[in-house]
Design a protein around this ligand. Structure first.
Ligand code: SF4
Length: 200
């Protein structure tokens, strides 16, 4: 089974609780106005990779960077729910946690009958749902960009965060590769980003 991914990030501290690997899938039909990653919309872009390869990368991250979990984001993860659920089942056997984003609301997913939806939710510890709504821009909460987006604690793994989630800071992570390219993870308004990158 294969996944179409935009990129794989071996570790980051900005896409969920603790240090995590990120599987950034390619393809999103939702097209939110103001989406920060429109290059992940195309279902023809990105790279096709086998689940086994992605799993191997994750195990390498676990060994090298001591990650506590994996985050699935996009793009729209539930457009590839079946493949991500398979990958998630393998990941869960290693005791890593799973966080999954969706631009669909949970209620929408329940009526869409996308193959693998229940299985993907079953392996997910922390689920964040809802599209980015530009008019409700709010980067004050962790990992989300607009006020409509919701946190669902589907297992006990991160339930201890639930009561104080609104007080947790959002993070922005900027890394510079050896080749000189800049990679940004996390949430910020375009104005905040412009200000930050100007200083680099
Ligand atoms: S769901 Fe996410 S990736 Fe898709 S358009 Fe909205 S913000 Fe962008």
């Amino acid at each position: 089974m294969q996944l179409r991914i935009h990129r794989f990030i071996p570790y980051t501290n900005a896409e969920g609780p603790g240090k995590r690997a990120c599987v950034w899938v390619q393809g999103c039909p939702i097209h939110c106005k103001g989406c920060g990653v429109p290059w992940t919309w195309s279902f023809k872009g990105g790279t096709l990779v086998s689940i086994d390869d992605v799993f191997d990368w994750i195990m390498e991250s676990k060994a090298t960077h001591d990650i506590e979990g994996v985050t699935f984001l996009g793009g729209e993860p539930f457009e590839q729910a079946e493949a991500l659920a398979h990958l998630g089942q393998k990941i869960k056997q290693t005791k890593l946690s799973i966080m999954t984003f969706s631009g669909y609301y949970r209620e929408q997913l329940d009526t869409m009958n996308k193959k693998g939806t229940d299985e993907l939710l079953n392996v997910t510890d922390l689920f964040i749902d809802g599209p980015f709504i530009q008019e409700q821009l709010d980067t004050s909460r962790p990992w989300v960009g607009s006020a409509n987006q919701r946190y669902h604690f589907l297992t006990d793994t991160y339930r201890h965060l639930e009561a104080n989630i609104e007080q947790m800071p959002n993070r922005l992570e900027i890394s510079l590769s050896q080749e000189g390219t800049i990679q940004v993870n996390g949430m910020a308004t375009p104005e905040q980003l412009e200000k930050l990158l100007k200083g680099l």
